[in-house]
Design a protein around this ligand. Sequence first.
Ligand SMILES: [Zn+2]
Ligand SMILES: [Zn+2]
Ligand SMILES: [Zn+2]
Ligand SMILES: [Zn+2]
Length: 345
Amino acid sequence: MHGCRNKCGGCYRQFNKKEHLVEHMRTSYHSVHEPTCGICNKHCRSFDSLREHLIGPLPKQECKNIFSICGCRFCLTILESPNARRIHQERCQFSNGLTARMAVLGLRDNPTIDYTSSRSPRVVALSCKMVGGGSDGSLDLCARVCITDESENVIFHTYVKPTLPITNYRYETTGIRPENIRDAMPLKQAQRKIKEFLCYGEPMWKIRPRSGKARILVGHGLDSHLDCLQLEYSSFMIRDTAEYPPLMKTSKLSNSLKYLTQAYLGYDIHVGMQDPYEDCVTTMRLYKRMRNQKHKTDAYPLASDTHNTNNYASWRQSELESMSEDELLNLSGSDYYCWCLDSVP
Ligand SMILES: [Zn+2]
Ligand SMILES: [Zn+2]
Ligand SMILES: [Zn+2]
Ligand SMILES: [Zn+2]
């Protein structure tokens, strides 16, 4: 009579008492947006924990067996046959191929943001490369910045002259030399151009999700990039691959961009000199992969704040305890904004 009683409909954890299940549901924020096993439908907090469930350590054996034949090792979906898997996986894996492009780009910086010529991008990626300032060279100063669009075109790519003296060029990883910086664009100027470009005529205080013209900004660890540009931007518009729960570690810490690129896109980055263009392209690819997920959206596809918070608060404990596992799961909502919602027109 015990067995499957009081089993969570999302993560399948079992509880001795219904009140413990209800307590779990209040804080688990299960939703259709969570990474889900294509075999047993178990909900996971992150793709890393789904990967553990499918591949290991400690996988669920039945799921592991099917995954090893029909599962894509990059996006973790299950295909119909080994052959379908092979075709899918070839498309799912990116090749780097950026080194050659970067060599050309390095010679041709693009210090003016010319976005009037083409269709104005709604989503852009930004990355900086930092050099060292301060007496021990540990202070991060922006010396190079890149912005790209969804199609991996460069919108803006320039060396930047920091306001403080550079004490360590970090040449081995940045490839930046004093002569690159001598006549570079002053930080204030770069900052103003980027801010104008991102807000696109909308005052910062007015920016709301889906409010209008301001652009969605993609990046990895954007806080530090925006800090070094001395720039603030609306959190509604930020899509950060270091802070996005499905892309974080089981321990809820951030993954490195290098790890995410290997695990989800199937290639290596940060080999030798680093160009911010590479980071822009890579974070944009990750963003698009997350945005392209087909989640069943419910009655509130616009992901207003109320939809994104768990609404157990409006029910009495006794009412909750009389609900079925499915009813409890239906009541549960995501505590983060799923990027698939960006694809809802
Ligand atoms: Zn659960
Ligand atoms: Zn979603
Ligand atoms: Zn499973
Ligand atoms: Zn895939």
